[in-house]
Design a binder for this molecule. Structure first.
Ligand code: FAD
Ligand code: AMP
Length: 479
């Protein structure tokens, strides 16, 4: 008889490991299967997020920003720095150490919560059976009352720029450069492209970002996107929209990229390294037996309903492998929802209030609807904005670029969306997200007492500005 679990999770990224821990907390006998191996061949938990995604990219963003700050930003405070240098292998080693610590931390959390950790490749068979093939090829079949598929996603490859893991890399390779490329090309001005481009731009690479679409950050609020483009361009990033890459040729240690400009004319640029960041695809390879009963949608995601149930009873799917934004926190919350529903609770998730952040400097963050989406829906709305240049705290920190924008319904005053480019935008946006979750109006937020001097006061002032009541800026409209 094979061992039976209440819950088997396939994949231990932020969706899967959170689901497994929550299920175990609820008293369910839980196992989590993971096939990721570190450079020594040992199994590791944490998925894309911890190993090659959110965490390592933020480690390099923080290191590179500190270098840039020490070199170029401290003089204004009266601090002189000379001979500031960066040791790239040390920076990469620090990142690796953080990854090791955090992935090891998940092993510890599994142990303390009583989750059985299984290393190997999991495959869903018919009848909620899970076949696990370990790293030595040994196969064991487990049974489960419920199976949660959390197999994540992988980077999209495009034929015009095939990754060779030397000159042409994807986001994973871009976390491992041992020297600073003199000329760096980035294909795709999405979140990942802008973050990785920023890392190497700060360290001295001449960065060119090639984006096929005509507009920059097309799905974001366009006022914020335009401001962001201006700021990043000022930092030296050469962002070229309407530039579709059609080919590349590697010669020795450099690559010449061919792209079509806005007039359809062929252009060429030569780089020492090229990062391909054109999006990610759901990962379902070898995950489902032919008779597993689980359906994919037309884009290759596992098909699920609003509670992440697949069409096979007792089989659920969460995270990047299902519809919705490919964000770690979206998958984690789906994991909690599914574990609690398996345990008989009626947990739901609010997909309308998921914050989204780009960790450039300054950060770009948004929650809820953009002005363009609201306009298209025909809903009447008011806008309040407040620039960081009018914030005393931002001035003290010499972080005055950017603005906060809050959009509220013109009749109900309920906050529909908030968009920020500016210092600590990632943390500031959460304040509006909390307010939105509790159904706050712009007036509610405006009536709250905010500490002084804080960056949070920009949220307060933007909320007040929705009705023309901002104090520290001339209001466009007075009421
Ligand atoms: P994953 O993290 O991809 O984990 C899936 C796991 O399943 C993997 O470990 C995989 O090995 C395993 N697996 C797959 N198939 C099997 C199988 N058959 N058997 C066993 N195991 C299997 N998101 C944010 O929210 N914030 C950020 O700042 C951010 N930065 C990012 C930066 C980069 C460079 C990248 C690449 C991504 C970033 N993301 C960020 C996205 C984030 O990493 C993903 O949204 C998140 O990791 C998805 O979680 P997941 O659990 O669904 O999948
Ligand atoms: P994201 O999906 O947010 O990671 O962003 C990926 C970006 O890559 C999108 O903005 C795409 O328009 C862009 N992209 C995809 N293919 C190409 C290409 N061949 N040349 C330039 N940009 C591309």
């Amino acid at each position: 008889m094979s061992e039976k679990f209440d819950v088997i999770v396939i994949g231990s990224g932020p969706a899967g490991y959170v689901a497994a821990i929550r299920a175990a907390q609820l008293g369910l006998k839980t196992a989590c299967v993971e096939k990721w191996r570190d450079e020594t061949g040992k199994g590791v938990n944490g998925g894309t997020c911890l190993n090659v995604g959110c965490i390592p990219s933020k480690a390099l963003l923080d290191s590179s920003y500190k270098y840039h700050e020490a070199k170029d930003e401290l003089a204004i405070h009266g601090i002189s720095t000379k001979g500031v240098d960066i040791n790239v292998p040390s920076m990469i080693a620090r990142k690796a150490q953080i990854v090791k610590q955090l992935t090891g931390g998940i092993a510890g959390l599994f142990k303390s919560n009583g989750v059985t950790s299984l290393f190997g490749t999991g495959k869903l068979l018919a009848g909620k059976k899970v076949e696990v093939t370990d790293f030595d090829g040994k196969v064991v079949v487990y049974e489960a009352e419920n199976v949660i598929l959390a197999s994540g996603s992988f980077p999209i490859n495009i034929p015009p720029a095939a990754v060779d893991n030397d000159v042409i890399v994807n986001s994973t390779g871009a976390l491992e450069f041992s020297t600073i490329p003199k000329r760096l090309g980035v294909i795709g001005a999405g979140v990942i492209g802008l973050e990785l481009g920023s890392v190497w731009n700060r360290l001295g690479s001449k960065v060119v970002v090639l984006e096929a679409l005509d507009s920059f950050l097309a799905i974001m609020d366009q006022q914020i996107a335009k401001e962001t483009q201006k700021i990043l361009t000022k930092q030296g990033m050469d962002i070229r929209t309407s530039s579709r890459v059609t080919g590349s040729k590697v010669t020795g240690k450099e690559v010449t990229v061919t792209f079509l400009d806005k007039d359809g004319k062929e252009q060429h640029e030569t780089f020492d390294k090229l990062i391909v960041c054109v999006g990610r695809r759901p990962y379902t390879e070898n995950l489902l037996a032919g008779d597993s009963g689980v359906n994919l949608d037309e884009r290759g995601f596992i098909f699920v309903n609003e509670f992440c149930a697949t069409n096979a009873p007792g089989v659920w799917a969460i995270g990047d492998v299902v519809r919705g934004p490919m964000l770690a926190h979206k998958g984690s919350e789906e994991g909690v929802m599914v574990a609690e529903r398996i345990a008989g609770q009626k947990t739901q998730m609010n997909y309308d209030i998921i914050p989204n952040v780009i960790y450039t400097h300054p950060e770009v963050a948004s929650v809820g609807k953009t002005e363009e989406q609201i306009k298209a829906s025909g809903e009447p709305y008011n806008i309040g904005t407040f620039p960081f240049s009018a914030s005393g705290r931002a001035m003290a920190a010499n972080e005055t670029q950017g603005l906060v924008k809050i959009i509220a319904h013109a009749v109900t005053d309920r906050i529909l969306g908030a968009h920020i480019v500016g210092p600590s935008a990632a943390d500031l946006i959460q304040q509006v997200a909390i307010a939105m979750e509790f159904g706050s109006s712009a007036e509610d937020l405006g009536m709250m007492v905010f500490g002084h001097p804080t960056l949070s006061e920009t949220i307060h002032e933007a909320a007040l500005a929705v009705h023309g009541h901002a104090i520290h800026i001339a209001n466009k409209k007075k009421r």
